[in-house]
Design a protein around this ligand. Structure first.
Ligand code: NDP
Length: 388
């Protein structure tokens, strides 16, 4: 069997590491085209030496000399900057894994889609910000999107072989994060190191904070709205603290299909790498008898308003989800930087949404312009707050 080619955008991150772990277990099965990162030259060079891509790319051009020095004599090409990242993403590959964090992943994801290939999408922010623009591009270029986020991958699996018009409800499960049982007053004083302690998943910082605020589930609701267009009113969220059921699809006859698995991203990533087949993973199989019981509860939007904001943004459509996403990225960075309190993250998103409502974007450039302006407005709000 000839090797399949793959590019990994965001190779030095948590999803990138899980993907490369699986690839390393199948020597000779994969040929790596491009590995990319933002600024972590050392880690990217280490991965490049191990996986021998055609090219290693850093978005942060100021680190390119360091990368070149580290890869000198290996024969692996190096490049830096936004244009180089997009060029790498547009190189033909059997599969491109989109795992950059934030809206920074949007333009490279679009470049991969425009090749008409298969894109495994972990970078949820790109679909949130550019839902219509991105899904139109997928249809126009005949690309295939494989949902890699565990919930969307679960839904994708539960929908396989079924007719989407027969779906009554799609339910996204949420762990509830580290503050599920905290009062609002306790959360007001929450520190970044507490919010970064996810009970079940090991992930990058930004998505871990999003899980603590529940904005992650809000972003996933918008993501699901674009990936599985059954109508927003048919999308629900339920808290499931054990993170064993990754999401569910209920059909009109009353049957509910769920996907279960360990809380390990290598399971949904493997489903994308092998799709439409299956592959082995090193993950521990589920031991339901040892788990004993699974529990479910309704989300509390008083303490966690982010899911309400995301649903409203999805209902408004157009540019509003891009504003929500940009404001959230800015507010999360401000919280991690110690400039605003934890509960102010949602406040800042809401405040940005109430002062900026641009028209619907028609193309990628429009989405990027909305994103930039929303960030500017959100930053002004966080700066004012940090001075208060
Ligand atoms: P990480 O923070 O661990 O990794 C992010 C990756 O993106 C790194 O390779 C980083 O490079 C790169 N990067 C960061 N900023 C830029 C930029 N401006 N330009 C180009 N590259 C950049 O994130 P995760 O792996 O946790 O998450 C990646 C995406 O997958 C997110 O959208 C997240 O929501 C989604 N996701 C993650 C899950 C998880 O389990 N982690 C689960 C489901 C979805 P560098 O190392 O140099 O900073």
């Amino acid at each position: 069997m000839s090797p399949r080619s793959i590019s990994i955008l965001g190779a030095t991150g948590s999803v990138g590491a899980s993907t490369l772990d699986l690839i390393a277990r199948e020597p000779g099965r994969w040929r790596v085209i491009a590995l990319t990162a933002n600024s972590n030259a050392e880690q990217l060079a280490r991965l490049a030496k191990q996986f021998r891509p055609e090219i290693a790319v850093l978005a942060d051009e100021s680190k390119l000399t360091e990368l070149r020095d580290l890869l000198a004599g290996t024969g692996i090409a190096c490049a830096g900057g936004e244009a180089a990242l997009i060029e790498a993403a547009s190189r033909p590959a059997d599969l491109t894994l989109s795992a950059i964090v934030g809206c920074a992943g949007l333009a490279p994801t679009m470049a991969a889609i425009e090749q008409g290939g298969t894109v495994a999408l972990a970078n949820k922010e790109s679909l949130v910000s550019a839902g219509e623009v991105l899904t139109r591009a997928v249809a126009k270029h005949g690309a295939t999107l494989l949902p890699t986020d565990s919930e969307h991958n679960a839904i994708f699996q539960c929908l396989a072989g079924n007719d989407m018009t027969q779906v009554r409800k799609i339910t996204l499960t949420a762990s509830g994060g580290p503050f599920r049982e905290w009062s609002f007053e306790q959360m007001q004083a929450a520190r970044p190191e507490q919010a970064l302690k996810h009970p079940n998943w090991s992930m990058g910082d930004k998505i871990t904070i999003d899980s603590a605020t529940m904005m992650n589930k809000g972003l996933e609701l918008i993501e699901a709205h674009h990936l599985f267009p059954v109508g927003l009113e048919r999308l629900a969220i339920i808290i499931h603290p054990q993170s064993v059921v990754h999401s569910m699809v209920e059909y009109r006859d009353g049957s509910t299909l769920a996907q279960l698995g360990p809380a390990d991203m290598r399971v949904p990533i493997a489903s994308c790498l092998a799709w439409p087949q299956r592959m082995d993973t090193p993950c521990e199989p589920l031991d339901l008898a040892r788990l004993g019981s699974l529990s479910f509860e309704l989300p509390d939007e008083e303490r966690f308003p982010a899911t309400r904001l995301a649903r409203q943004a999805a209902e408004a459509g157009g540019a509003i989800p891009a504003v929500l996403n940009a404001a959230n990225e800015v507010a999360v960075a401000a919280f991690l930087g110690g400039r605003i309190g934890f509960t102010r993250i949602a406040d800042h998103v809401e405040a940005t949404l109430s002062c900026y409502a641009p028209p619907a974007p028609a193309c990628l450039a429009d989405v990027l312009a909305v994103d930039a302006e929303a960030r500017h407005k959100a930053r002004s709000l966080t700066e004012i707050a940090s001075l208060a």
